[in-house]
Ligand binder design. Sequence first.
Ligand SMILES: [Cu+2]
Length: 217
Amino acid sequence: MKKRLATLVALPAALLVPAGAALAVSAGTFGAALHAVPHDHVADGGSNVTGQAALRLTGRQLDVRISATGLTPNETHAMHIHGVTTATNECPTIDADANTGDPIDPGTVVEGVPDGLISLSEGLPDYGPIDVSLTTRGPTGPRSGLDLERFIAADAEGAIEYHRSVTVPQDVAKNLDNLHIVIHGADLPGDADGSSQNSVFEATLPVACGEIDRITR
Ligand SMILES: [Cu+2]
């Protein structure tokens, strides 16, 4: 009887909470289909990374599962949630290949002449800054964005299966469906080192991108 009374007392209090406050705790499930970032197939060696992400949000806790194939095998791949939280962002199209001579492009770049690749900085206007670094251990903030040794390595077949629960900033939690997931890193045929890890350009090259959509509340 005592318990029931407590419930009856609690109910009116709940009704007094303004409607908007119900959204204060962000929650729901989200998904993203990861598609290859458009590149010239000669320039990127035929890279074709595809995958999917499944996200479950409870408050600021985000459970992230990502599977992808087609990655450079046996190498780590930086993965981030990107985007300006106050705007809807899109994955870049090949039009982003402006070759404005950004410092991350290789020495062979001819300013203004597209090289068939969308570099990290060329893609940034479309998919925005790093919001969350999907590392395997340690911090997950933007400053971990290029800590390659803490990102997942693809297996010998070029596949990844990532799972981690991360704490995300409030504005990321609230605007998750404005944002994207981007996977980086490709060994390009333009050099003979057989690795993406010796060059910032290759290690950060966006290879797959997927816009995050809400599935359930
Ligand atoms: Cu990124």
